[in-house]
Design a protein around this ligand. Structure first.
Ligand SMILES: [Zn+2]
Length: 250
C-alpha cells in the first residue's frame, strides 16, 4: 500500500514517556497499523492513554490507520474533561491491584492504608499479567513493556522511584484518597484482619505484651497478630505523612 504519514500529539504528562520529550511525533507507515501499536511504538503504554482522537473523532485502541491522519492522545489526568467524559478508555477508580516484584515498599504502604494489593516478589511477568486479567486488578509497575501487553486491561506506570511519591501517585490516579481504611489489612499477605480475643492468641505474645495490651487483630491467612505496640507508632506516622500530602483531595 502507499506509505502514509501519522502525526501524533501527546497531551498532559504523556511526553514523559517520549524519548524526545516534545509532545509531537511524526511517523511514516507503510502497512495497516492499529492506533495502539503506533502509540506504543512511541513509548507510551496503552494503560496511560484515556482518550484518543483520530482526526478529531474519538477512537478505540483497535482503530486501524491506513492513510494520513492527525492523532491526539490524552492521559487520565489531562485537563480535557469536557471531551467525551462518558466514553473514556481507562477506569478512573480501581480498588484492586497487583504489583510487580520490585515494589515491596509501595505494597506495604498501600496495604497499610487498607488497599488490596496482590504481591509475590518471585512472580514472573506472565504471572503478573495473568493475575491482573483473571482478578481484574490494575498492574502497578515500572516496566512499560509489561503494560504494553494486550492482556493488561488496567495498569499504571509509576513515575517516581521513591515509595512515598509512588503511593501518592497511585492514590491520585485511582481516586482512592477517600477510600482509605488504615490498619485493616495484613501487611505480610494482604488478607483482611479480624479482631482476636486475647485468650486465643496469648501464646504468641511476648511477656510484656501480654500485660500491657488488650486489643488484638489477627490475620486469618498467615496468623500474624497485630496490636498497638511500639511498632504501631511508626505505622501511624507513615499514615499521617501520606494523608498530609493528600489534604483536600478526593
Ligand atoms: Zn497475613
Amino acid at each position: 500500500m502507499t506509505p502514509f504519514a501519522v502525526e501524533l500529539t501527546f497531551h498532559g504528562d504523556l511526553p514523559f514517556f517520549l524519548k524526545s520529550k516534545t509532545s509531537k511525533i511524526k511517523r511514516r507507515l507503510s502497512e495497516r497499523t492499529s492506533v495502539k501499536d503506533v502509540i506504543e511504538a512511541c513509548g507510551v503504554p496503552h494503560t496511560e492513554v484515556d482518550l484518543i482522537l483520530i482526526g478529531g473523532e474519538r477512537a478505540d485502541f483497535g482503530a486501524i490507520l491506513t492513510q494520513d491522519v492527525v492523532i491526539d492522545a490524552y492521559p487520565p489526568s489531562a485537563p480535557c474533561s469536557t471531551l467525551f467524559p462518558e466514553d473514556r478508555l481507562q477506569v478512573s477508580r480501581i480498588e484492586r491491584f497487583v504489583a510487580d516484584g520490585h515494589l515491596g515498599k509501595l505494597v506495604r504502604d498501600l496495604r497499610l492504608l487498607g488497599i488490596d494489593v496482590a504481591y509475590d516478589p518471585t512472580a514472573e511477568d506472565r504471572q503478573l499479567v495473568e493475575t491482573a486479567a483473571a482478578e481484574n486488578r490494575a498492574l502497578l509497575t515500572r516496566d512499560r513493556r509489561l503494560l504494553m501487553q494486550r492482556a493488561v486491561r488496567h495498569g499504571y506506570y509509576l513515575r517516581s522511584q521513591e515509595p512515598l511519591e509512588q503511593t501518592i501517585e497511585v492514590l491520585r490516579r485511582f481516586s482512592l484518597s477517600r477510600k482509605l481504611e488504615p490498619y485493616s489489612r495484613c501487611l505480610r499477605c494482604n488478607a483482611l484482619l479480624q479482631a482476636a480475643e486475647k485468650s486465643e492468641i496469648i501464646e504468641q505474645l511476648e511477656p510484656l505484651t501480654k500485660i500491657y495490651y488488650e486489643k488484638f487483630r489477627r490475620c486469618p491467612d498467615c496468623g500474624q497478630v497485630y496490636w498497638s505496640g511500639s511498632h504501631f507508632a511508626k505505622l501511624q506516622k507513615r499514615v499521617e505523612l501520606i494523608r498530609s500530602q493528600l489534604k483536600g483531595e478526593n
